[in-house]
Design a protein. Structure first.
Lengths: 190, 190
């Protein structure tokens, strides 16, 4: 539990982030990382990466899962509830309003030019985070982590491997490695 | 009452059985909303996808709100959105509980050691997909060397400027995305 934050702060933070998450779940993760890890120091870099990995492995939208996990991590069950409400309210309010005039919305020149423009910004936000995370793994982590990074990157980018396959495969490799390391450790002790 | 339950249950299935987030969920949403319940025509479903790309929030939540509004007004929108969130909320909370409790045992450590780098790779792949779509207006799978010349120069400039501001100036990602949107309007007008 974190002392220097309240449920209201958590709600405001998730609401604000969710209101600007154009372009899918990873944008909100980039923003959460920036906001919760770098600016406010509510979470550590590695914890955020753990929560992201779990959010991606669970069913449902990644953005929602990530806010449930961070909310729970920061303030327990109330935190999880508050974070999920903060995250679903902006799209709920926006979409229920837009549903009355969605054809006009879809065909509006300014709205579509704005949205087309945002995608270059979204790509910058996501790739900026990737560069930071990859740098951390490449400089601080084991050979194993670097191998998984490259293997999963190549298989998903060039061979179009399914997200589920990549998650399952890398989780399994991690488990196997830990199992053998664990057995060796026990063997040495006994 | 029956209709409320149907809405809730349909979107609960969408929330529970969509892994990997984003567009992996589309076939499941389409099946529930268009084929099974006829809440939307295929055209309306395509419209909502277009709108979903233009508004913040996950596709599943946006569709839930939109369909709920069409079928039963605001109470329907809230019911469908909750349906989408509640089941994965419970699954994710169970995961969060185990993560916090067993974070330090070797099984969890091993699993996460594999998942962490893979997560970075999956985010990188998704970010590159968004970048290719922003700069070349093609899907990443369809991208080839011969497309290199068809670069959208304003979008490329926006991306590079965004990366610079994020990397060197530590700008807030929200301003980068909004700024990119306004640049999109400027470039569309001139």
């Amino acid at each position: 539990m974190h002392k220097s934050m309240s449920l209201t702060q958590l709600f405001t933070a998730t609401f604000r982030l969710s209101a600007f998450t154009f372009g899918g779940g990873y944008v909100i993760i980039s923003m959460m990382r920036r906001n919760f890890v770098e600016d406010r120091k509510w979470l550590q870099e590695e914890e955020m990466l753990d929560l992201t990995a779990l959010a991606q492995s669970a069913p449902g939208a990644v953005a929602i899962n990530a806010s449930i996990l961070t909310g729970y991590r920061l303030l327990g069950y109330p935190g999880a509830l508050v974070a999920v409400f903060g995250t679903i309210l902006p799209p709920l309010i926006l979409l229920s309003t837009i549903s009355f005039f969605y054809i006009q919305f879809k065909e509006n020149f300014y709205i579509s030019a704005f949205m087309k423009g945002t995608s270059a910004g979204v790509a910058a936000v996501i790739l900026d985070m990737v560069v930071r995370m990859a740098k951390k793994i490449l400089t601080e982590e084991s050979f194993f982590a670097i191998a998984i990074l490259l293997l999963s990157f190549i298989s998903s980018l060039f061979f179009g491997a399914d997200v589920r396959l990549v998650i399952f495969g890398s989780g399994l490799l991690g488990l196997l490695r830990a199992y053998y390391a664990n057995r060796k450790f026990k063997g040495v002790r006994s | 009452m029956m209709l409320y339950l149907q809405l809730f249950w349909s979107f609960a299935q969408i929330g529970l059985f969509s892994f990997g987030g984003g567009y992996a969920a589309l076939p499941i949403i389409q099946k529930q909303v268009v084929s099974v319940h006829h809440w939307l025509t295929l055209q309306e479903f395509m419209d909502i996808l277009a709108i979903s790309q233009m508004t913040p929030g996950p596709v599943a939540i946006n569709t839930a709100t939109f369909v709920g509004m069409r079928v039963l007004g605001l109470p329907g929108a809230i019911t469908a959105t909750l349906g989408c969130v509640v089941p994965s909320f419970m699954v994710v909370l169970i995961i969060a509980y185990f993560y916090n409790k067993y974070k330090n045992i070797w099984v969890m450590q091993g699993l996460l050691a594999g998942l962490r780098p893979a997560t970075v790779s999956l985010i990188a792949t998704s970010g590159l997909g968004i970048l290719i779509a922003a700069l070349y207006h093609v899907e990443i799978e369809a991208f080839a060397i011969k497309n290199i010349a068809s670069l959208d120069i304003p979008a490329a400039a926006t991306f590079i400027f965004g990366m610079f501001l994020l990397g060197k100036r530590r700008s807030d990602p929200i301003y980068i995305i909004i700024g990119a949107g306004f640049l999109g309007i400027v470039f569309a007008l001139f």
